[in-house]
Design a protein around this ligand. Structure first.
Ligand code: HEC
Length: 171
């Protein structure tokens, strides 16, 4: 169990933000209208679409690869297991949604690529590694398809965090 918690924490440094991740734009409006909370939720107001890093062609390729390699666990529409937060009878976490409603969008691109390459087993999880099955290009196509499910507001926040992570890495 401890290991499992470590897995998520190590993957999701901004885990705390997840509480906000399923807020719809409509909900935000109500929150903004409530006054004092508006300062906290300012960052959640609808934003102009940010240009995506991937092409439409990658999304099409990625769909096929996702259905072949990932859909049996993460569901064909990437909605994952509804009980993804609760460990199952084997003490493992079920496959989480990848569609922008759970934690996946808190990870910069290199970390998402790494999760797919290495899987979760080394961290005490149960996702298999794909380093020997998929090329870097195929993994990127799959992530493109996954990210195509993320609403603009979520993608914009992810893009900002991803750019910050890249800058930190450059030092
Ligand atoms: C056998 C089931 C299974 C398959 C197949 C599988 N996953 Fe997973 N995936 C999981 C589980 C379970 C987790 C949670 C961590 C763990 O237990 O390893 C997870 C976690 C993830 C995460 C981290 C999500 C987060 O919120 O931190 C990503 C990203 C991911 N999977 C992508 C993929 C992709 C892409 C594929 C296909 C190439 C894939 N998975 C195939 C079961 C699976």
């Amino acid at each position: 169990m401890k290991q499992k918690i470590f897995f998520y924490i190590s993957l999701a440094p901004v885990l705390v933000m997840s509480a906000c991740s399923d807020d719809s734009p409509d909900k935000n409006k109500t929150m903004v209208a409530q006054g004092p909370v508006s300062a906290i939720h300012k960052s959640m107001q609808p934003v102009a679409p940010v240009k995506r890093w991937y092409s439409e062609e990658q999304v099409v390729q990625g769909n096929q690869l996702f259905q072949q390699n990932c859909a049996q666990c993460h569901k064909p529409d990437a909605s994952g297991d509804p009980n993804w937060k609760q460990v199952n009878a084997e003490g493992k976490l079920p496959p989480p949604p990848l569609n922008g409603t759970a934690h996946a969008w808190h990870h910069p691109l290199p970390l998402l690529q790494q999760v797919v390459r290495r899987g979760g087993i080394p961290m005490g999880g149960s996702m298999p590694a794909f380093a020997d099955k998929l090329t870097t290009e195929q993994i990127n196509d799959i992530l493109a398809w996954v990210q195509s499910h993320w609403p603009d507001a979520i993608y914009a926040k992810w893009a900002q965090m991803n750019a910050q992570a890249a800058r930190r890495k450059q030092g």
